[in-house]
Design a protein around this ligand. Structure first.
Ligand code: DSN
Length: 432
C-alpha cells in the first residue's frame, strides 16, 4: 500500500506547485498564516471536547478549555458582540445549527435566490430544504446587484417568516438590512446575516456593520476575507421582539451541540484564535487593501472590454467582482482556459441565467483577497487584467501565457498581515 500513499503525496505536491506558481482568485478561499497553520498540525487535531468549557464529556480538556475561552473572547472583541460560538466546523454547519435552533419543519424563511448570488445552504436543495422549510425569495435589483428594498419589505410582510436571511456568495455591495428592521419586527421575525464572504471586511470595519444595522445573529465560514482555517462561527446580539435574548442564545447554543455537532475540530478552533488575533492587529489595513484591489481589478478589466458588473457603482464594495463573459465565450470555456494558464477562478450563475445553467453560466466571479494576502497591490491588478485579456479576449494559447503568470507570482510568495511573516514555518509549498 506504500505506493498508494506515495501516489497521494505526489498529487498533493503537484497541487502545491499549481498554487505556488498560479494566481488563486476564487472569492471563497484564502491562505492561513504560518502560526495558524501550525495549530492545525498540533495534538488538538487528535482529541475530543464535546460540550462547553468546564462542562465536557471527556477528560484531558484543561488546555482545550483555556484555548476555547480565549478564542470566544477574541471573537467577541473583534466583532463587538456579547455572544460568540467558535465550534461550528464550517459555515454551512453554522447555518444548519441556526436552522435547527430557531425553526421547525414547515416554517417559512425569506432568502436571496441562488442565481442572485445566494449560497446553496439557502436553497431548497441545501440546508433550508434539509430542515423542511418554505423558502420565499426576495426580489432582486439586477442593475444594482442588490435587494429590491420596497419589494423585499412587501415579501417580508406577506410571508411573515420566522427567520429572514441576508448575505450572499456573490456579495458585491452591503445588504440594506436596517431598512427591513421595522417590517421584520412587525411580523415577529429574526434577522440573520450570513457573512461568510465578507467576514474579514466587516472585522476590518470596511464593509457594513450588520449587528449595529439590525441583525440579531451572524454566521460565517472563517476562511475567505477573514483569512483563517476552514471552520465556522456564530456571533449574536439578539434584539428581535420574537423571543428574549436569553432564550435565543440558549437555543443557538443547543442548536450547535448537541444539534449538529459532536466534536468541534479543536485544531481548527485554535487556529481560528490565531487568525482572530492577527485580524485584530492587521485586519483594518488588510480589508482596505483587498477592496482597493477589487475596485482596481474591476476597472482594469472593464478598460480591456470585459463586461464587469456595476461600473456605475465602482464595480464592488467588497473583495468580489463579477463579469458577464457570454460575449467572450461563456463562463465554462473561459475558466478552463484560465486554469491552463494557472489562473484559478470559478464560473458563476448571474441573475439573468436560467437556473439550470449552473454548469455553463454567463458569469465569472473573482476575488482579490488571496492575491492581496501575498502582497499584491493595485499595479499588479492591472497586470492580472492584461493576462485575462490575452486568454479570454485575444484567445492566446493559455500555455504560452503561463510563463508570465508564473513570473508575476514568483515575486509574491510570502503571507502578509500576520505574525511571523518571515517564519521558516511558512514552507507552505514545501511541506513534504
Ligand atoms: N462555496 C463557497 C463559495 O464559493 O462561495 C461558499 O461556501
Amino acid at each position: 500500500m506504500k505506493d498508494r500513499a506515495d501516489y497521494i503525496v505526489e498529487q498533493v505536491k503537484a497541487h502545491h506547485e499549481l498554487f505556488r506558481d498560479g494566481l488563486p482568485m476564487i472569492a471563497s478561499e484564502n491562505i492561513i498564516s504560518p502560526l495558524a497553520r501550525q495549530m492545525l498540525i498540533s495534538d488538538f487535531a487528535d482529541r475530543y471536547a464535546e460540550g462547553l468549557p468546564g462542562a465536557r464529556y471527556y477528560q484531558g480538556n484543561e488546555f482545550v478549555d483555556k484555548v476555547e475561552l480565549e478564542v470566544i473572547e477574541l471573537a467577541k472583541k473583534l466583532f463587538e458582540v456579547p455572544y460568540a460560538d467558535v465550534r461550528p466546523i464550517s459555515g454551512t454547519v453554522a447555518n444548519l445549527g441556526v436552522l435547527f435552533a430557531l425553526t421547525k419543519p414547515g416554517d417559512t424563511i425569506t432568502v436571496p435566490n441562488v442565481s442572485d448570488g445566494a449560497h446553496i445552504s439557502t436553497a431548497k436543495f441545501g440546508a433550508v430544504g434539509v430542515r423542511g422549510l418554505q423558502g420565499v425569495p426576495y426580489p432582486w435589483d439586477r442593475e444594482n446587484m442588490n435587494l429590491d428594498i420596497d419589494g423585499t419589505i412587501k415579501v417580508i410582510k406577506e410571508a411573515k417568516p420566522k427567520l429572514a436571511l441576508f448575505g450572499r456568495s456573490v456579495f458585491l455591495f452591503p445588504s440594506p438590512i436596517k431598512e427591513f428592521r421595522d417590517a421584520l419586527d412587525e411580523v415577529g421575525a429574526i434577522t440573520w446575516y450570513d457573512s461568510a464572504h465578507v467576514l474579514g471586511l466587516i472585522a476590518g470595519g470596511r464593509f457594513q456593520d450588520p449587528v449595529r444595522e439590525g441583525a440579531d445573529l451572524i454566521t460565517g465560514s472563517t476562511h475567505k476575507t477573514l483569512p483563517g482555517p476552514q471552520h465556522g462561527i456564530v456571533l449574536a446580539e439578539p434584539k428581535a421582539k420574537a423571543m428574549t435574548e436569553e432564550k435565543m442564545l440558549r437555543k443557538l447554543n443547543y442548536g450547535m451541540f448537541p444539534g449538529v455537532l459532536s466534536n468541534h475540530h479543536l485544531h481548527a478552533m485554535a487556529s481560528l484564535g490565531i487568525s482572530l488575533a492577527e485580524c485584530i492587529e492587521f485586519g483594518k489595513e488588510y480589508a482596505g487593501a483587498i477592496i482597493d484591489n477589487a475596485k482596481a481589478l474591476g476597472q482594469a478589466l472593464y478598460e480591456r472590454d470585459f463586461d464587469v458588473l456595476c461600473p456605475h457603482l465602482g464595480f464592488t464594495e467588497s473583495h468580489t467582482i463579477a463579469m458577464d463573459v457570454k460575449r467572450h465565450g461563456g463562463g465554462t470555456p473561459l475558466v478552463e482556459a484560465l486554469e491552463v494558464a494557472g489562473i484559478i477562478t470559478n464560473k458563476n450563475l448571474l441573475p439573468w441565467d436560467p437556473t439550470d445553467a449552473a454548469m455553463n453560466p454567463s458569469g465569472i466571479r473573482l476575488g482579490t483577497q488571496e492575491l492581496t494576502r501575498v502582497g499584491m497591490g493595485t499595479s499588479e491588478m492591472a497586470e492580472v487584467a492584461e493576462l485575462f485579456k490575452r486568454i479570454c479576449i485575444d484567445k492566446e494559447d493559455p500555455l504560452k501565457v503561463k510563463p508570465d503568470v508564473v513570473a508575476l507570482k514568483s515575486g509574491f510568495q510570502k503571507v502578509h498581515y500576520c505574525f511571523h511573516p518571515d517564519s521558516e514555518a511558512y514552507k507552505y509549498y514545501e511541506l513534504l
